[in-house]
Design a protein around this ligand. Structure first.
Ligand SMILES: *[C@@H]1O[C@H](CO)[C@@H](O)[C@H](O)[C@H]1NC(C)=O
Ligand SMILES: *[C@@H]1O[C@H](CO)[C@@H](O)[C@H](O)[C@H]1NC(C)=O
Ligand SMILES: *[C@@H]1O[C@H](CO)[C@@H](O)[C@H](O)[C@H]1NC(C)=O
Ligand SMILES: *[C@@H]1O[C@H](CO)[C@@H](O)[C@H](O)[C@H]1NC(C)=O
Ligand SMILES: *[C@@H]1O[C@H](CO)[C@@H](O)[C@H](O)[C@H]1NC(C)=O
Ligand SMILES: *[C@@H]1O[C@H](CO)[C@@H](O)[C@H](O)[C@H]1NC(C)=O
Length: 417
């Protein structure tokens, strides 16, 4: 209601009243009233509120009588209220009073500038006062200009990811990986640490490797919700490497076979397959070229359908990026099947035995007993008699021969006795 009155006038009147009140006498005061000394009911509490909320600071006075209570800002000495009236022109400040005893100062939509001391003063002689402090909490906020953006670096370099945040109280910074994997850190000389989180503004990674690659989160928190985070991507570049789990793969004609290569590279490599010096293999009726990617790792697979004689041979997988290229080879050899175990295959065997003279001929009398082969080279009849056994032994032999391991150690004797 006082807002409708001319404010200057009101202020002047109130202030003069207040000043008058601090004087030694007031006409209306009886002697009895003057003898009563007001007392604060208790200390003014310290109030803590988050930014934007309302702060309520109570001043409770017993036996106020005809004295007046005023709220004054300690830092600026500005008079905020006197008795029942709001003096300040700060529209966010209001007062509720009751029973000539409770004077509650309300500060709505608090700002950081409201942080400080609030004095409740009584115009007694000498003047009586108490101070309560308003603390304004500010949720954390990451200062983008002072924080690292995405990083691209080479393996072996030292990297620092920085994150700075403001807020009140001072926020703490925690770094962690988005996938929650531990971060391998080298702290000082020889001190290694595997931790899923790191406390501090600067996350120093010395001699960065591909395992450090990924998304990092810098989380700023100071107990005032909400916490905030910033996502930083760390890209670690390195030339491609290849790993071939099976360099020698055997298969039967007519079958379908998959050849596998695993590559690692960043930037992401171009991956492809070739047969000997041929052209790049593309998916078609014969081949299916596929790959599964997981960050910097790629699992390459070449599927070859309905194997024919010309499909056997050497295949190569390639991985290339801007930093280099590499190649892996796989030899695909034919495992004779019972049905294809014909005179042709037998001829192959004869050949092989000539190529490796130390190796006893399959047709030797000793081996024939074991193989259930009566005479000469294995025949279709022989294989049908106990095809599984024969096939198994022949496959083993074939494998050894192709691997060029057919030396003294491996002879049919070993199998025969
Ligand atoms: C308020 O905080 C001040 C220091 O900031 C302290 O001296 C005073 O005792 C506190 N008041 C209460 C009621 O806790
Ligand atoms: C390691 O992680 C734990 C829990 O994640 C954390 O409390 C601790 O501060 C971390 N250590 C360092 C050195 O950051
Ligand atoms: C991190 O590296 C910076 C320089 O890049 C250095 O100033 C800082 O002291 C290092 N911090 C730690 C914890 O090793
Ligand atoms: C990277 O840090 C390691 C130790 O943390 C130090 O020995 C090496 O000299 C640093 N390398 C560069 C290029 O700063
Ligand atoms: C920051 O971290 C320190 C040490 O871990 C802790 O004592 C303090 O309470 C934290 N501050 C906040 C605002 O969370
Ligand atoms: C073939 O050989 C396997 C393994 O040695 C044996 O279990 C099986 O009984 C044999 N079959 C015939 C028909 O001789």
């Amino acid at each position: 209601m006082c807002f409708f009155v001319k404010p200057y006038f009101l202020t002047l009147v109130l202030v003069s009243t207040y000043i008058e009140d601090t004087g030694p006498s007031k006409a209306s005061n009886t002697k009895r009233e003057r003898d009563i000394v007001p007392v604060f009911a208790g200390p003014i509490p310290n109030v803590t509120v988050p930014l934007g909320r309302e702060a309520n600071i109570p001043c409770v006075v017993n036996e106020l009588g005809s004295y007046r209570a005023a709220w004054i800002r300690v830092e600026t000495k500005a008079i905020l209220t006197i008795h029942q009236h709001v003096i300040t022109r700060n529209y966010r400040i209001s007062l509720s009073h009751s029973d000539n005893r409770n004077f509650i100062l309300h500060v709505k939509d608090v700002k950081e500038s409201d942080r400080g001391g609030y004095m409740c003063q009584l115009n007694t002689v000498p003047m009586m006062s108490q101070i309560g402090y308003l603390d304004v909490l500010v949720p954390p906020d990451i200062i983008v200009d002072q924080s690292t953006s995405d990083v691209v670096t080479r393996e072996g370099t030292n990297v620092t990811l920085s994150c700075t945040a403001k807020g009140y109280p001072e926020p703490n910074i925690t770094w962690r990986r988005e996938d929650d994997e531990p971060i391998p850190l080298i702290l000082g000389i020889g001190k290694k640490l595997m931790n899923s989180s790191y406390e501090g503004e600067d996350l120093n990674i010395s001699r960065v490797t591909r395992v450090h690659m990924g998304a990092y989160l810098c989380i700023a928190s100071n107990g005032v919700p909400p916490s905030v985070s910033r996502r930083v991507l760390l890209h670690v570049q390195f030339p491609p490497v290849l790993w071939v789990p099976n360099q020698l793969v055997g298969a039967h004609a007519g079958e379908e076979i998959a050849l596998d290569c695993h590559s690692e590279a960043y930037p992401v490599s171009i991956n492809f397959w070739k047969k000997r010096e041929g052209e790049m293999i593309l998916s078609n009726e014969k081949f299916d070229v596929s790959s599964k990617e997981k960050s910097y790792k790629v699992h390459m697979r070449l599927l070859i359908r309905k194997l024919q004689a010309e499909d056997f041979g050497t295949y190569s997988c390639f991985a290339k990026n801007s930093l280099g290229s590499t190649e892996g080879t796989i030899r695909l050899y034919e495992i004779p099947t019972s049905t294809s175990f014909s005179r042709d295959t037998a001829e192959k065997f004869k050949h092989m035995n000539r190529d490796f003279p130390k190796h006893q001929s399959l047709g030797s009398s000793k081996s024939s007993r074991k193989f259930n082969i009566e005479k000469g080279l294995p025949s279709v009849e022989a294989t049908t008699r106990n095809s599984s056994e024969t096939r198994r032994v022949i496959n083993v032999l074939l494998l050894f021969c192709i691997m060029s391991l057919c030396t003294h150690a491996i002879t049919l004797k070993n199998f025969g006795e």
